[in-house]
Design a binder for this molecule. Sequence first.
Ligand code: AMP
Length: 579
Amino acid sequence: MGQIVGIDLGTTFSAVGYLDQQGPRLIPNALGDVLTPSAVGFDTDGHLLVGRAAKELQVVQPERCVSAFKRYMGTDWTIELAGRRYLPEELSSLILKSLRQDAEAHFKGVVDRAVITVPAYFNEPQRQATMRAGQLAGLTVERILNEPTAAAIAYGAADAKAEKSLVVFDLGGGTFDVSVVEQFEGTLEVRASAGEVFLGGEDFTNALVARVLESKGLVFERVEAEAPRLVSRLRQECEQAKKRLSSCAETTVRLPNAQGEFPGQAPVITITRSDFERWTTHILNRIDIPIRRALGDAKLSKDDVHDLVLVGGATRMPQVVDRLKWLFGRDPVCRLNPDETVALGAAVQAGLIDRHEQVEELVVTDVAPFTLGIEIARDLASRIRDGYFMPIINRNTTIPVSRVERVYTIHNNQTYMEIRIYQGESRRVEGNLLLGKVTVQGIPRGPAGQAVDVRFTYDLNGVLEVEAVVVETQQKVMHVITRHARGMSDAELQRAIAAMNRLKTHPREEAVNRFLLRRAERVYQELPLGEREFLDRLLSAFEEALETQNEEEIVGMRLALEEFLNRVDSSGQDDHGDQ
Ligand code: AMP
């Protein structure tokens, strides 16, 4: 059995960590960063690029790259890259594989088990897709852990004996989660979780992109269709401007041309923090309802909350902090780096699974974030009406949990029953998400009212198992929701594993050089003509050194190129927010 790691598979960044005697630690990638951008691309030779190299390529050749695909996990969305269509879980598996290789380089040994985090509000198909991503990357997924729970573990592990109520507020790149956690006698008990899967820092960036285009009389959708490179480059500009506005009152954004380049006199737009806040208030307002719902479900008032923990890069925006201060009447705590907290918690959980002595005393319990149930028909004034939702496991029930409900046949001599399984909070099933079906056959003939017991078992990973028993005959039907209509069958999974393994990759030791080449090519496009020539000479000399594989020359040329790029290009430096 190989080493176990904890992985935060984020929308914008991912990170891998483990637990040692001193506590949780993150593992740097080949470029020395603990955060790897969740981006994938293919260079012109068809080689796979992951992380910062893919981000660099994305600026100049957006059609060869993809990021933020976590938003589509569990759906049938696909994207074509280098002649093949990829599902979100396949793209995620490429990130996981890259993190796994970083961990293997660190341990100089096999890493084949992982705890992977997901937003608490991820539904069943999204969790299943995350597990498949792990399998595709050659990892046994020991636990799917909710991100805010991981954050609470990261905070709780440092202070296991404390007794308090925490609200973990997690606003990442693409998702928003809020969890209420009680800590007592070495136990962390998640009492309630709520959130939104489509709310995060990316929405703030997108709003800024749309406003900048609007200020020039352009319409986002049209520009995106007609000049994707312009939008891709402008999004990067706006992403950085957004981050700068977290610490300055005013900044500027350059408007690229249709090719995504900045010719000599590119228009410059000034944006103030108050403009930005006004343009995005409608997005920020969406955090209020999940916060109220989580507190209500945990039966806690704002005054009962001791600590407000901030997680996720987007919590660096002052407007987010101000809104929370206003809502809770206190300052949030932010002892750990908000980009790293989830991965640190996942690392502690990995240690807990391995019964690491460092954390033996910490017990963690979590909840089911959604209500799970089945469709039933109701007899309304002697008319049978179907489409009603009968909850079996209510949202925010502590997991693991197993609950049974009895249902009855509605027709005489009914020998067959189809049980449709749903997730959601609506009274009628059309407002909820269909997870699967169980067909019960062989019900003995007889009058309507034959009983069938339906048992739902929800495990620690948030994976549901459904069992139906015909009460009279004790005949059983089992159904594990392993395959959503939009997921992959086992055969498809094996084929996808083989396809992922066939992808051409650069050796890990070349990662720094590949990244530098991509960065230099992006910077080349942005430089004034005079400096371009100089960069061209440096780049050619570096390529030549790589070609001849002369190690001394490679190192020398690499240093010269790096020095030049660091002088002329600031955007490649501040990718990680203002840490
Ligand atoms: P995460 O998924 O937790 O890595 O969060 C990434 C999100 O946080 C992205 O949308 C980033 O743009 C955003 N972010 C990171 N740093 C900052 C910052 N200093 N100000 C505003 N947003 C930030």
